[in-house]
Design a binder for this molecule. Structure first.
Ligand code: ZN
Length: 290
């Protein structure tokens, strides 16, 4: 559902060879319900299919990129079926892993992989919160430009799972910091993300759009096919380092966490820290360190 009936959940605009995709639930800090993720998948598919478009820039309307998966907005649509994008069965009406694993393969890991595999460059522009499930969106993009007010966190260990479903932390942040961000769940700043190599640029909020536009224009002068070759070559290196198998294993471990919560607490998300999670996912959150 759209909270603003005349507004699309994801805006799609073009400027020459650049597509601007904007998450458009600012009232809920762009929290991701299923409708938003399917709308984003449609937008990426439109970008990929248009021969005139070379680069996509993904951002979020309002003060925050995204507060992660929707845990509490009036637009919660966990029980709704959508046209599926993977070969997994519909989770609606199922129980246990038959339900949770099927949904998370489809809407979290499956969509992450679809977007990462787009053979054209993508840039995430991140301001404010980029929490848990929001990392999946930023990490699916090839480059990340962060505003100096951006902050990142994956607090899902508090919820009883190993971390967000698209478990790319070790590749994005390195082994040592991946453990720290998971073990503490604490937010970290754009500057820290830059030092870790997780983002390409940190700029004042006011310069975010112009910086992304400049970067996109710089890329768009390259031939489309050789950009695809370069992107595929980097991805091949990641796969050679075992990324796909590691992420599949991490999602299976994540299911153990959800099932443990269901068995012990009666709900897949009802870990000991769910209230803390809901609070932590409700920006503004003051970063614990700079
Ligand atoms: Zn999950």
């Amino acid at each position: 559902m759209s909270e603003e009936p005349d507004e699309p959940l994801v805006r799609f605009e073009t400027e020459g060879p650049v597509a601007w995709l904007t998450l458009n639930r600012p009232r809920y800090r762009n929290a991701q319900n299923s409708a938003l993720l399917y709308a984003l998948d449609d937008a990426f598919a439109r970008f990929a299919a248009d021969d005139e478009l070379i680069v996509a820039v993904l951002g979020g309307a309002g003060d925050h990129f995204s507060a992660g998966h929707d845990l509490k907005s009036p637009g919660l649509d966990y029980e709704k079926s959508f046209d599926r994008r993977t070969m997994w069965w519909d989770h609606v009406g199922k129980a246990g892993a038959d339900r949770t694993w099927a949904r998370e393969e489809e809407i979290y890991l499956g969509m992450y992989r679809r977007w990462r595999a787009i053979p054209k460059p993508t840039i995430a522009v991140v301001q404010g919160a980029c929490l848990a499930g929001a990392l999946k969106l930023a990490w699916a993009c090839d480059l990340i430009v962060a505003a100096d007010d951006a902050y990142f966190a994956d607090p899902l260990v508090l919820m009883g799972v190993n971390g967000v479903e698209a478990f790319k932390h070790p590749w994005e942040c390195g082994i040592r910091f991946a453990k720290e961000m998971l073990f503490t769940g604490r937010p970290f700043s754009a500057q820290r993300a830059y030092e870790l190599g997780m983002v390409n640029r940190v700029v004042p909020v006011a310069d975010l759009h112009a910086t992304a536009a400049e970067l996109a224009a710089d890329i768009a002068r390259m031939p489309r096919l050789s950009l695809a070759l370069a992107k595929s070559a980097v991805h091949a290196a990641e796969e050679a380092m075992g990324q796909r198998v590691a992420m599949d294993t991490a999602l299976a471990l994540h299911q153990i966490g959800h099932l443990q919560n269901e068995l012990v607490n009666g709900s897949r998300t009802a870990g000991q820290g769910v209230d803390e999670i809901r609070t932590a996912m409700d920006p503004p959150v003051v970063p614990a360190e700079s």
